[in-house]
Ligand binder design. Structure first.
Ligand SMILES: [Zn+2]
Length: 291
């Protein structure tokens, strides 16, 4: 057994270094504690933000020890990786990917008690949404290839380091599915329909639900959730993005995980306590926390 109070909520995926959260981090973390959070996983999206996520985690721990704040009951960990949106920055040169992955590897090796996974990485073929890809002049096949190279390199790294992978997949399930047996980890901000979910359930991966599970239009996603045993479910905010229904349009923060937990509980017909307990246990297991 571990030292966590297991009924506390866990936000398995947040980006605490983006402007709106970083600038008022003390308040954001106080809110998180006040709303019953026990663990936050702070997820990097490129080399710089991965370093920043680790720095924030170190800083939080130092301050927590210094001043006996109420934040002592909160644990923060980091993951480090390169988001598919960055694929456009590695259009052809394999060596540039390798240089950056070496930097991530060093970051992990120097901070092994804080860094608990690689990611987020993956495939995001919703190219119109991303200025870098729109302006790149690459044809669609090249855009896809650039992301797949970057993703494949991180799969190699995660297996070398024996860590879990945090996977982002948007509009790319056909290409993503064949990769899913090559690593352990989490499908973050899950967006698979019931047909895809059937295939995902054949793997060992955990499946993380974000604020979009609370959106009225997303019955199709709630149908997928119904199919997935709670032992495989994680919850996340993806802060500062994707605020849940009652806060839509506002910057998201980890405290809002409660609304995600409530909706998951409702869909599953169980208590919020049970969702908190099991999803926290799942995070401890997949990220090997306190091991
Ligand atoms: Zn994210």
């Amino acid at each position: 057994m571990n030292s966590y109070t297991v009924h506390k909520l866990t936000d398995s995926h947040a980006h605490l270094y983006f402007d709106k959260l970083r600038d008022q981090l003390d308040l954001v973390l106080e809110n998180a504690v006040a709303n019953g959070l026990g663990i936050i996983i702070n997820v990097g999206v490129d080399v710089e933000t991965s370093k920043e996520a680790v720095r924030q985690t170190i800083d939080f721990r130092l301050r927590g020890n210094d001043k006996e704040s109420g934040n002592n009951s909160l644990k923060i960990y980091s993951t480090i990786g390169i988001h598919p949106h960055e694929g456009v920055n590695y259009p052809t040169k394999e060596s540039e990917i390798q240089n950056d992955l070496e930097a991530l590897k060093d970051l992990y090796l120097n901070n092994q008690s804080l860094v608990v996974g690689i990611g987020e990485c993956g495939l995001d073929f919703f190219f119109e949404h991303n200025a870098g890809f729109v302006e790149s002049g690459l044809i669609v096949e090249e855009k896809k290839k650039s992301q797949m190279r970057l993703f494949e390199a991180q799969i190699v790294l995660v297996n070398e380091l024996q860590l879990p992978l945090i996977v982002h997949c948007r509009d790319a399930w056909t290409e993503m599915l064949p990769y899913l047996n090559q690593f352990n980890g989490v499908l973050h901000c899950y967006s698979g329909n019931t047909k895809i979910t059937k295939q995902v359930l054949e793997t060992n991966l955990y499946i993380s639900f974000a604020g979009n599970i609370t959106y009225p239009k997303n019955d199709w996603l709630r149908e997928s959730l119904k199919m997935i045993p709670l032992e495989r479910v994680l919850i996340e905010t993806d802060s500062p993005f994707l605020a849940p229904q009652s806060k839509r349009g506002q910057p998201n923060e980890p405290a809002n995980i409660r609304e995600v937990a409530e909706r998951v509980a409702q869909v599953k017909g169980i208590s919020v306590e049970e969702v908190a307990r099991q999803t926290t246990q799942n995070v401890i297991k997949v990220f090997n926390l306190n091991a």
